[in-house]
Design a protein around this ligand. Structure first.
Ligand code: KG4
Ligand code: ZN
Length: 368
């Protein structure tokens, strides 16, 4: 079965061609770097960029896969959750492409894609528990079988990736901060600052990262490390450009400036990462022990974090569980994961109608 999949839920324009379960014929991702000057994704700009990038990315995906549209068996596209304007670009093209070719269309939940990226390595073993950690989601999900999702816990405020991004941004690490954050944290002492771990009364497996964010800001401020950019300090021209777009005031540090930061900066980063890894691991291990599964999986962009992988691999081994995760390039947003989810949906007869709409928010639903 040959599937073409499209992912445009946030700021990556991605198209992939997958044959059956894990024969990846092509995987093209165009990342929108233009958001960096704003320090985060600007939805209106994201959808316009998708419009510009999508057709060239689709053509490249077909070319690299050495397939023609007529040989495709199905088209898939992410239909939510995400930025509505961005989702609509990929979803509309996906539905039109399927209609034009007279083949089935499958709308895929973005988080289902992240989870099923795990089957690109080897078949997922059920029952299992998945820790979903991305820029927009942090959830612990029990999967008794393919297509069945039971949420055991989730975040009360920020997502894990958001915590990395927001704390990184305070120091001027370009968006998304995760990968550079992790590299810089390697140079610091994770025990230097003992950040308080959030304790939640109800919801034993829920997370909270907002307190850590505030605590990290205080540490950066006390050490004089936060970026201070005041309108008054700008030239007339720079001020005129910035004023209608206050967010444009955001300026990142260059790689050289980041490297040259004092030791204290790396210590705070390392300690903040340690707190995030610790909070994620403690809750995940507790949830896994309650379900008594033998296989556990990571999914989403933060699953690329080496410190988290190492910590969890050790902890899971002590409780007799095997930890699995996708290769780093399939942890962050891509379209192969959407194709993977579509493959299992197609096999289960879970096709979508052509009036399928995009949705900004919505939990993963167990297949009907
Ligand atoms: O899954 P993803 O690509 O997009 C969403 O669906 O949100 O996740 C992106 C998130 C960002 O917050 C990014 O900073 C984070 O994943 N991330 C990392 C790492 N690589 C990406 N966080 C920590 N360590 C990393 N190595
Ligand atoms: Zn994602």
């Amino acid at each position: 079965m040959l599937i073409l999949a499209i992912e445009t839920s946030c700021d990556d324009t991605a198209v992939a061609v997958l044959r059956d379960e894990r024969d990846i014929l092509s995987n093209v991702v165009a990342s929108q770097l233009t958001h960096r000057e704003f320090g985060g994704v600007v939805p209106e700009i994201a959808s316009r960029q998708h419009l510009r990038f999508l057709l060239p990315v689709l053509r490249a995906a077909l070319q690299r896969a050495h397939v023609t549209p007529e040989t495709l068996d199905a088209v898939a596209a992410t239909n939510g959750p995400g930025l509505l304007g961005s989702l609509l670009v990929g979803l509309s093209l996906g539905k039109a492409y399927a209609l034009g070719l007279g083949i089935p269309f499958v709308g895929v939940h973005h988080i289902e894609g992240h989870i099923l990226a795990n089957s690109l390595v080897q078949p997922i073993q059920f029952p299992c528990v998945v820790l979903v950690i991305s820029g927009g989601h942090t959830q612990i999900i029990h999967m008794p079988r393919m297509g069945a999702y039971e949420e055991l816990g989730s975040t009360r405020d920020d997502a894990a990736g958001e915590a990395f991004d927001k704390i990184g941004k305070m120091l001027g690490i370009p968006y998304p901060a995760g990968p550079v954050f992790e590299q810089l944290a390697k140079r610091g002492n994770p025990q230097a600052v003992l950040f308080t771990r959030a304790k939640l009364r109800n919801g034993a497996f829920d997370f909270s990262f907002s307190g850590l964010k505030t605590a990290a800001r205080r540490k950066f401020e006390a050490a004089g490390l936060t970026l201070q950019l005041r309108l008054g300090s700008l030239s007339h021209e720079a001020r005129r450009k910035a004023e209608p777009h206050p967010k444009r005031l955001h300026q990142d540090r260059t790689p050289e400036q980041l490297e040259a930061l004092p030791r204290e900066a790396f210590d705070i980063l390392a300690s903040a990462q340690e707190a995030i890894v610790d909070m994620l691991s403690t809750k995940f291990v507790a949830a896994v022990q309650q379900t008594a599964v033998q296989h556990v999986y990571l999914a989403g962009g933060v699953a690329a974090n080496e410190a988290l992988r190492v910590r969890l691999a050790g902890l899971m081994e002590t409780i007799g569980c095997e930890l699995h995760y996708p290769p780093a390039r399939f942890c962050t947003d891509n379209a192969v994961m959407i194709a993977s989810a579509a493959y299992f949906r197609l096999r289960a007869g879970q096709l979508s109608e052509l009036d399928t709409n995009a949705f900004a928010r919505g939990a993963l639903q167990t297949w009907a």
